[in-house]
Design a protein around this ligand. Structure first.
Ligand SMILES: Cc1ncc(COP(=O)(O)O)c(C=O)c1O
Length: 381
């Protein structure tokens, strides 16, 4: 199995077969407690369901293999995973976070994390000069990267950022939700942790809320993260973990299809008279394109944004007029979604009011283009 390509590992869930029954599909293990050995030991390592769950351990093993990591932890949501990374730091620690990032985590960092004593500094993470200037050797403990960053799809140079951060004694965690292990492997580029909202591409079917972390090594910080999950209890339910395992089996073909369609959609709408700008790392004119071409393999992701001529009203009207695209929040599912992002993020967002975020699913790309073409052409009411 060691020489299997990641798509083979994903397709067969690590090739795991239930030895008791020879079942190919894994059984669900809902048990919250496990039998002790006669001599008072717990040789299986399974004691109680808040720390140990056979089904989510399988999902973690698959993800560890796909990211090339040392270990993984699945959580009740992406936010539970991300906040555990920050909670495992100490009050007074300095952290660098990007201006463009998942908005709900930004709000949590500005509010709860700051009140709790973390010194959160927001910088332009796409600028290595900005990273260099902001790092405080010995004081900065964590640099949080999101690439491509939701919803402007800003690209950060993971390898160069890690080099700067490590020289200053800081760790690097990468929210790789949009890139997925299919397109980028942050740990191989030097990152210490990878985070996913597994709600998105990893599960891929808009029917599970889940989060995941993968670590490069068994660091003291990772041990604190593991203790936080066990003690605070933000664990994934058994059925959700089982669905996540099933979703990951088709991760590679889903992401590849979405990338090819997103590229075609981006190229089409970049020339469209009703569109002022398309933000997609796969377009030659996109500021992070050259870097994305080096850092991402086999595609630029299934996420893009379009800025609609006519401003906010025209953008909202377009989102109201699609039929095949679904007007909903979230991303990374098999069905394509469109969302007027500024309406969600509210005051203080860096997102322009004329922006629609597009999550490309696995429908026919021509159908998606035709539907959005028609929606852009319909009058603003
Ligand atoms: C890039 C990114 N990171 C983190 C999250 C948070 O994940 P969850 O909604 O699973 O808590 C999201 C959710 O939209 C996201 O898009």
């Amino acid at each position: 199995m060691k020489d299997w390509k990641p798509e083979s590992i994903a397709a067969q869930g690590l090739g795991w077969i239930d030895e008791a029954t020879k079942a190919l599909a894994p059984p669900l293990h809902p048990s919250t407690t496990f039998i002790r050995d006669p001599d008072n030991q717990y040789r299986t390592g399974h004691v109680y369901g808040r720390d140990h769950n056979v089904t989510f351990a399988q999902a973690e093993a698959v993800l560890t293999a796909l990211e090339g990591g040392h270990a993984s932890l699945v959580f009740a949501s992406g936010m539970a995973a991300a906040t555990a990374v920050f909670q495992a730091l100490a009050p007074g620690d300095h952290v660098l976070v990007p201006e463009v990032m998942y908005w709900s985590l930004r709000n949590w960092l500005r509010g709860f994390a700051t009140q709790w004593g973390l010194r959160v500094e927001v910088i332009d993470m796409a600028s290595l000069d900005a990273v260099r200037r902001a790092l405080q050797p010995g004081v900065t403990k964590l640099v949080w990267v999101e690439t491509p960053a939701n919803p402007l799809w800003t690209i950060t140079d993971i390898a160069a950022t890690c080099e700067l951060a490590h020289a200053a004694g800081a760790s690097v965690a990468v929210d790789s939700t949009a890139a997925t292990p299919v397109l980028t492997q942050p740990l191989a580029l030097g990152a210490d942790l990878v985070m996913h909202s597994a709600t998105k591409y990893l599960n891929g079917h808009s029917d599970v809320v889940a989060g995941a972390l993968v670590t490069r090594e068994e660091s003291p910080h990772w041990q604190r993260v593991r203790a936080i999950r066990a003690q605070l209890g933000g664990i994934l339910g058994t059925f959700e973990a089982w669905l996540l395992m099933r979703g990951m089996r088709t991760l590679y073909p889903r992401v590849r299809h979405a990338c090819a369609s997103a590229q075609a959609i981006a190229e089409h709408f970049a020339q469209h008279p009703c569109v002022a700008q398309v933000l997609y790392p796969g377009l030659g004119e996109f500021p992070g394109h050259a870097l994305a071409a080096r850092q991402m393999r086999g595609g630029f992701g299934g996420m893009l944004s379009v800025r609609v001529r006519g401003g906010e009203a025209a953008a909202i009207a377009t989102a109201a007029n699609v039929r095949l695209w679904k007007r909903a929040t979230s991303l990374g599912g098999v069905e394509s979604l469109v969302e007027h992002r500024a309406s969600v993020e509210g005051a203080g967002t860096p997102v322009p009011a004329d922006l629609l975020r597009l999550s490309v699913g696995i429908e026919d790309a021509g159908d998606l283009i035709a539907d959005l073409d028609a929606a852009l052409a319909s009058p603003v009411t």
